[in-house]
Ligand binder design. Structure first.
Ligand code: G
Ligand code: G
Ligand code: MN
Ligand code: NA
Length: 257
């Protein structure tokens, strides 16, 4: 109840902030892109994690204006970094189910890209398997629209839902992000190791890029590299951090136009 009452005011008072976590190209070792992750810092209650307020925002519908703010802020920030002279990178934004099923999604994204001046190919949307399963024809239609726009789509938390890679064939997406529960302890858990290896092989055979999330150790990184995983994300490379700290990481990178 407290959350519900305060979320709306927090949006009005501009109390949300985006953190950014890097994704690393497994071949070159440089930053390949970043994921925007929303944070809410309350003046008295401190940091409230998104796992607590995103579900409430979903239920109340506040995820629509909050989601618009997140998309716009991420695009604005990415354009700023590019204008500051950093190599243009793809920025990933998480979309909740209710956002994805909002009939105005495609229009909203077009507007935000136009207003911020961000080329569509630098926007990535992370969606979860959950919303692919119901209302399939509608979902395929939305994904096709987004693809025509030039937006990149990835399946987040892959492996935690009930869909299989073969089911993904129907959906025009470019990448899968293997859930961190499979990555963690890959080197000690042989079933995780086999699952990750198989997912990478099968995803590649379907021309999908593979991102590993939650990479925390060099042992995990080594195995993922051996299996040909395309990108790494996790505390081993960088935690989610505020824009200024992220920019310092970008400043340490070679400029590739
Ligand atoms: O860093 P982390 O604690 O940020 O994220 C926790 C959960 O909240 C993850 O499942 C993540 O996908 C979700 N989350 C974080 N930021 C956003 C966001 O901007 N939009 C949506 N819909 N979910 C987010
Ligand atoms: O569900 P989604 O993938 O969008 O959210 C990513 C979540 O994973 C965020 O809460 C983020 O802070 C967290 N995260 C990112 N890297 C790591 C990691 O290496 N280890 C752990 N435990 N969590 C991570
Ligand atoms: Mn994500
Ligand atoms: Na995830």
């Amino acid at each position: 109840m407290w959350l519900e009452n305060n979320l709306h005011q927090a949006l009005i008072d501009n109390k949300f902030e985006l953190y950014y976590q890097m994704k690393i190209d497994s071949v070159t070792g440089v930053i390949a892109g970043m994921e925007a992750l929303v944070r809410w810092r309350h003046p008295e209650r401190g940091f409230i994690p998104p796992s607590e307020f995103i579900p409430v925002a979903e239920e109340t519908g506040l995820i629509i204006p909050l989601g618009d703010w997140i998309l716009r802020t991420a695009c604005e920030q990415n354009v700023k970094w590019h204008k500051a002279g950093h190599s243009p990178l793809r920025i990933a934004v998480n979309l909740s189910a209710r956002q994805f099923h909002n009939p105005r999604l495609v229009e909203t994204i077009c507007d935000i890209l136009a207003e911020t001046g961000m080329p569509s190919r630098y926007l990535e949307l992370e969606i979860t398997e959950g919303y692919l399963l119901k209302n399939e024809d509608y979902v395929v239609g939305v994904l096709q629209h987004l693809r025509e726009l030039g937006v990149y789509i990835s399946i987040d938390d892959f492996g935690t839902g009930y869909s299989s890679l073969s089911q993904l064939k129907r959906f025009p997406v470019q990448a899968v992000k293997i859930d961190k529960s499979f990555i963690q302890g890959m080197d000690s858990d042989s079933s995780n190791d086999s699952i990750v290896k198989a997912v990478i092989q099968l995803a590649h055979s379907m021309n999908l890029k593979v991102v590993a999330e939650g990479v925390e150790t060099t042992a995990e990184e080594g195995l993922l590299r051996r299996y040909g995983c395309d990108e790494f994300q996790g505390y081993l490379f960088g935690r989610p951090m505020p824009a200024a700290a992220f920019e310092a990481c970008l400043a340490g990178m070679p400029i590739i136009e």
